[in-house]
Design a protein around this ligand. Sequence first.
Ligand SMILES: [Zn+2]
Ligand SMILES: [Zn+2]
Length: 160
Amino acid sequence: MNIVDVLNELWTTILDVTAIFVMPDWTFLISLLPIIVLVGLVGPYLTGLVLGTGAYLVTKPRVKVAFEEGPRVAEIGPGGEAVFPVGLPHCRRDSLVYPSGTLRCERCHDELAVICPMCSLGRSALIDTCSNCGLVLKVVPRAVAVRSTAGPKPGGAAVA
Ligand SMILES: [Zn+2]
Ligand SMILES: [Zn+2]
């Protein structure tokens, strides 16, 4: 056996090995081509969709919390006086409107006032029943705090 035979044998072996690996690979890849194209086209769309949804979920709650927490400045009416929304606690001194359930002003620590939604009569936010029309302003989240801090209410003792 001379060196040429060895080289020929080696070359044949290399071709056989390459054939085994290359031929199935190509047919396999070609059969996968529609899937690759599909992933290439749909992938970026799905990634954008997921990123967009994630960004939406991350930014949305922050906006909601910022909207619901803390007082906001009351709107100024045409006469230059602060206009307070009906049924929400507010401080006349600082012209601040508080979320439902707030009892005292964060700035001056004074009792907040509330305007009755039914008869438009102003009263203290500590009293949940209108003395004029009897409408009860339900404050669910801080109902316990209202009960403990507020004094004896007319009608409250009769119910209990
Ligand atoms: Zn105040
Ligand atoms: Zn009323």
